[in-house]
Design a protein around this ligand. Structure first.
Ligand SMILES: [Zn+2]
Length: 303
């Protein structure tokens, strides 16, 4: 008995040094889902934004500062997605490990082919996509690039587990490659069709799967719909027979429903984040499954 007790004390004392997990903070649930695929049980993971929260306007809690202060790695989207709330938190967290350029800081936009980068920087009209469209992770090919960025950072911070991170990366990338064939096939019959979105979060998804998601209920990203703008959208939808409107959980579904009533369109609930809509909390692949299938279904019914 005594020996067992001593052994367990010895193990307990050894644990932090020998098996310390990498302490990771991810800003949004999609980045966190991919970090989990790569890090598995070798990381301690904190997610700041809720899956039903607008990633541009996250409710910054004081507890976030503590989490950021203790983190070894910070994973953010970059491309100004979090610019409205994260810099203030980082300033207060005073953690040099997460400073821009430090190995613990991961901007996932690294190596992403950004869409809609403005030729001239003009924030005066209130457009919050001033560094290009930051919603790149709903393209599964970008999902693989983000996974690579995360694996590189984990390896740099935790060399002893690098082999495991690399193996997980390969597994994830292989799974995406296999699924991509299936997803492309499901949406192939709707190539070139137009879909209306509330917020301009879907150009990468549209480009990957051959849909035009380029008409929005918001007059500009971050600017709420106005009656005049909605009237214009309704006229365009009628003229071009656009029949599906997609809405993220943190946006005003009733506005979309009003437009749908005027155009005989269907409202489809979508999310950029696993867990943002029902049946998607299983992770990144499950979310993509949901997005592809629910759009294929809605477009198919309207054919
Ligand atoms: Zn946006």
């Amino acid at each position: 008995m005594k020996r067992i007790l001593l052994t367990s004390i010895a193990i307990a004392l050894l644990t932090p040094a020998t098996f310390a997990k990498l302490n990771v903070v991810a800003t949004t649930p999609d980045l966190a889902a991919i970090a989990r695929e790569i890090g598995g049980d070798k990381i301690e993971l904190t997610i700041l934004a809720k899956p039903t929260e607008d990633p541009h306007f996250v409710d910054a809690k004081p507890s976030f500062i503590v989490k950021l202060n203790r983190a070894d790695v910070l994973i953010e989207g970059g491309a100004e997605l979090e610019i409205g709330w994260l810099p203030k938190l980082l300033e207060q967290a005073r953690n040099p490990r997460l400073a821009a350029g430090a190995p613990g800081y991961v901007a996932c936009a690294h190596n992403i082919q950004m869409l809609e980068v403005p030729a001239t920087l003009d924030r005066s009209k209130g457009d919050i996509h001033a560094a290009g469209n930051p919603h790149f992770l709903v393209d599964p090919v970008n999902g693989k690039i983000v996974a690579q960025n995360i694996a590189d950072a984990f390896c740099a911070q935790d060399a002893k587990s690098c082999e495991a991170y690399r193996a997980n990366l390969k597994k994830f990338a292989d799974r995406i490659d296999a699924k991509l064939v299936e997803w492309q096939k499901a949406l192939a019959p709707f190539k070139g069709q137009q879909v209306v979105a509330y917020h301009n979060s879907w150009p990468y998804f549209g480009e990957r799967f051959g849909l035009r998601i380029d008409l929005f209920l918001e007059p500009k990203p971050g600017i709420p719909p106005t009656p005049a703008h909605l009237a214009e959208v309704i006229a365009k939808m009628k003229a071009d027979k656009v029949q599906v409107i997609i809405v993220d959980p943190y946006l005003n579904r009733r506005t979309a429903e009003t437009v749908a009533r005027n155009t005989d369109a269907t409202v489809v609930d979508v999310a950029q984040f696993p867990g943002g809509v029902k049946g998607t909390d299983g992770g990144y692949v499950q979310l993509m499954d949901y997005l592809v299938n629910s759009l294929a279904r809605a477009l198919g019914e309207k054919k």
